[in-house]
Write a protein that binds this ligand. Sequence first.
Ligand code: SF4
Length: 196
Amino acid sequence: MDMNRRQFFKVCAVGLGTSSLAALGVAPPNAYADQIRHFKLARTIETRNTCPYCSVGCGLIMYSQGDAAKNVAQNIIHIEGDSDHPVNRGTLCPKGAGLLDFVHSESRLKVPQVREAGSNEWKELGWDEALDRISKHMKADRDANFIETNEQGQRVNRWLSTGFLAASASSNEAGYITHKVVRSLGILGFDNQARV
Ligand code: SF4
């Protein structure tokens, strides 16, 4: 190998420094071995979901701590794009990438609420009570306002006094079934939260 005098001194200096560090016990393999960090997602539970924000419907993986026992509260510690999802292939836009803050937000609504007629207060309801109330209101309104035929006597089967807003985090299958149920009731005012 050809090298000039300056290159020769550089090679000697590097070799001397490396061997001195090894002699002092701080050679790279030993130093790295002392610094092993535990993977923060080790021992977490993975749950797949869909980003709730927009109609792109990116797939997510949510990582939570807790062993799923009845007396243990699960805590989501990390959310990332699902690399196996055909829509986003692991990517998320800034809104989706900030989902962890959304999940832990103190102002996130977690239970059904109702504002009774004439009241300016929101009252919390149980899920069963909320679903019972919604179904009773829907039946009463449909019984009172369902339109079977138009002015020409043609059958139309419309229910125009109630609307339905579906969730953008639904899967294709859930969206298809929701559409079938809503349309079979005669509701025309039907939209998705992804467009709001
Ligand atoms: S990550 Fe962004 S693009 Fe994907 S569904 Fe959520 S808001 Fe839409």
